[in-house]
Design a binder for this molecule. Structure first.
Ligand SMILES: *[C@@H]1O[C@H](CO)[C@@H](O)[C@H](O)[C@H]1NC(C)=O
Ligand SMILES: *[C@@H]1O[C@H](CO)[C@@H](O)[C@H](O)[C@H]1NC(C)=O
Ligand SMILES: *[C@@H]1O[C@H](CO)[C@@H](O)[C@H](O)[C@H]1NC(C)=O
Ligand SMILES: [Zn+2]
Length: 605
């Protein structure tokens, strides 16, 4: 009897102990879960080879970054980022314990640590300081890049028609494409309208094809007919004519406005936007400066921002083609939208055309076309009035200048405002977009004034095959002079962009062009050492141009562009170390993850 009782007691005691154990285990699990839950907006991402390139001089490379919410909370070794985030009672305890086991325990419970691959690197999110977002999506519909002849353009249009039944059926439907470049064709002459009627499938259709640089449009006979009577001349533009004075079908710069292309519908804009966002994120872009945002585009992107559908930061330069002040048509938006990713505080003016269509305004005639010096798109008086009005109204003013005359005239205007003390470059941050061909004096002056040169390295490597022939041996010295511009800049700022869709959207194309001045095939008119190799940028300079300098040019250097505590957690993981690998490997780089505001928006960590 007593034995039985003792056994019962023991069993009871045992099960009490058991249940305590279950309770304890449950508590630990719940505690762990809670700790994880409370910290689930925090994670560390690390590289065992310290291949986190911060673009911060104080700590150029790091082992880990600690992300909290949409911000970088800490940068350092794994030990540092773990201990620095401890609650005070644990860190004081930790300081007294030699093995710092409390920190390890706490971190083990609460910190989510991910390592990138040993061959991968992590860099700040890449910015494109000059691009055309919706135009990129537009161009992807019918791409004419790389076409080697007029016949190839015709063939691509036929393919496009065949694969679009609604257009195939409807001979009144507009066909639009972009990317042709006559400098790549036999003869290097502008094409004509009749070239677009040579094939029965094309004949009678309204066709409008933009040149690769967007500065000329080639139309079909049907479009010429729709246009009816044309003016003799167009200010800041050119109607290309044959010997009898008849329009041939190519319209340059301001003359392109004569072409009655229907405005983009909402569906078209959505389609173009989606294409651009998808490809931008897939290539590691986390920020785009859109260099020609017309009011309808601003309105479209503003609505995207409001509904939280802007996966990338966008910095829009408002644009209206007018000689009259149009500042009232551009809303002022600062960190706008559900995710605070949209900024509109700058405007774009276009001073001249482009080199490829002899539209860049030059001080002296073109060597290969001595009848012309190109042309300014606005009179000097109009430009002066607009720059001052936009400045006084609080807009950053970004002016497209390709030719040495355009650069000179615009620097003259900036200089007058700055020297008079009316404008302060530090707070105004005026930009020259392209800054492509400049006199030696102006290469120095742009720096002296602190005007930002916003340049596109791939333009140098696309144009290098004909630029010298067009400009001659003297002027070419001041063309695409990136290293000179960087040295000239008082705060060493040289934002880099691609001008996509004029060039490819992949920012590494620009990185490669900047550091090699070679074509993707490794060639240049000066051999495999690069075209004017003194003007190459170092890899560190190029990376900074695509991150921190671009942020500066958008008034955002305190918020992004480098990996330092307090900045936005925008970063990219690349599958190879573009800061070290042989240059031939750079263009094969793949993006493993793109992160905006601490969240993976492409790939995976
Ligand atoms: C840890 O971080 C990775 C990468 O950000 C994420 O995929 C994973 O879900 C996180 N795990 C937890 C438990 O939060
Ligand atoms: C053909 O295209 C034109 C121009 O886009 C359009 O106005 C017209 O309605 C289309 N016709 C048909 C039958 O879809
Ligand atoms: C321009 O503005 C900055 C920042 O407000 C200021 O530090 C600087 O002194 C100003 N420069 C001139 C010339 O007024
Ligand atoms: Zn552009």
């Amino acid at each position: 009897m007593s034995d039985e009782k003792a056994l019962q007691d023991r069993t009871k005691q045992h099960s009490r102990v058991q249940s305590w154990r279950v309770w304890l285990a449950g508590l630990v699990l719940a505690g762990t879960y809670l700790a994880l839950k409370l910290n689930n907006d925090q994670y560390a991402i690390c590289s065992r080879s310290q291949a986190i390139y911060t673009v911060d001089d104080a700590t150029p490379r790091a082992e880990c970054i600690l992300v909290k919410g949409s911000y970088i909370q800490d940068v350092g070794s794994l030990y540092q980022v773990r201990t620095r985030r401890l609650p005070p009672f644990l860190s004081s305890l930790d300081a007294r314990l030699p093995s710092s086991w409390t920190a390890r325990l706490w971190s083990w419970i609460t910190l989510n640590v991910t390592y990138i691959k040993s061959t991968s690197i992590l860099i700040p999110g890449l910015a494109d300081a000059h691009a055309h977002t919706l135009e990129y999506g537009y161009k992807m519909e019918l791409q004419l890049d790389g076409s080697g002849s007029i016949q190839e353009v015709v063939d691509r249009i036929k393919q496009y028609i065949v694969s679009h039944p609604d257009i195939h059926k409807n001979t009144s439907a507009w066909i639009e494409g972009m990317g042709w470049d006559q400098t790549k064709w036999p003869g290097a002459q502008f094409p004509t309208a009749s070239d677009l009627a040579s094939d029965s499938m094309l004949n009678g259709r309204p066709i409008a094809l933009r040149r690769v640089d967007g500065h000329a449009t080639w139309v079909s006979p049907r479009v010429l007919k729709l246009m009816g009577d044309l003016p003799d001349t167009v200010d800041g533009g050119l109607i290309v004519r044959d010997q009898d004075g008849k329009p041939t079908g190519v319209f340059v710069d301001n003359a392109m406005a004569l072409i009655p292309i229907p405005a983009w519908s909402e569906e078209q804009m959505s389609m173009y936007f989606d294409t651009a966002m998808r490809d931008a994120l897939a290539h590691g872009l986390t920020s785009i400066h859109d260099a020609m945002a017309t009011p309808n585009i601003i309105d479209f992107i503003k609505r995207k921002a409001e509904s939280g559908d802007l996966p990338i930061r966008m910095y829009l330069m408002g644009y209206v083609a007018s000689d009259d002040y149009w500042g009232a048509q551009v809303p002022r938006l600062v960190d706008y939208g559900r995710d605070a990713r949209l900024n509109v505080r700058s405007i774009k003016l276009v001073a001249d055309g482009a080199l490829g269509s002899w539209g860049a305004a030059m001080l002296e005639p073109y060597l290969d076309n001595p009848n012309t010096k190109g042309f300014m798109l606005h009179s000097s008086a109009v430009l002066t009035k607009l720059v001052k009005a936009f400045h006084d109204d609080g807009f950053q003013v970004n002016v497209h200048c390709i030719g040495d005359l355009a650069n000179k005239e615009v620097l003259d205007i900036f200089e007058r405002l700055i020297v008079d003390g009316q404008a302060n470059t530090t707070t105004w941050r005026p930009r020259i977009e392209h800054a492509q061909i400049m006199t030696e004096a102006d290469l120095q002056r742009i720096g002296r004034l602190g005007v930002i040169a916003s340049v596109q390295p791939t333009h140098a490597t696309s144009d290098m095959w004909y630029a010298e022939k067009r400009l001659g041996p003297k002027r070419i010295q001041g063309a695409y002079a990136f290293q000179t511009l960087l040295r000239s800049s008082p705060n060493r700022v040289l934002p880099l962009g691609s001008d996509f869709p004029v060039e490819g959207i992949n920012p590494l194309l620009g990185f490669y062009a900047a550091i090699t001045r070679l074509s993707p095939e490794g060639t240049s008119p000066h051999g495999d050492g690069g075209w004017f190799p003194d003007e190459r940028l170092t890899r560190a300079q190029a990376l900074k141009g695509m991150t921190l300098d671009a942020a500066y040019a958008a008034f955002a250097e305190h918020e992004r562009g480098s990996l330092v505590p307090g900045k936005k957690a925008d970063f990219v993981v690349l599958d190879r170390d573009v800061m070290e690998v042989d240059v031939v490997e750079v263009l094969g780089t793949r993006v493993e993850a793109t992160v905006v505001d601490g969240k993976v928006v492409y790939g995976r960590l």
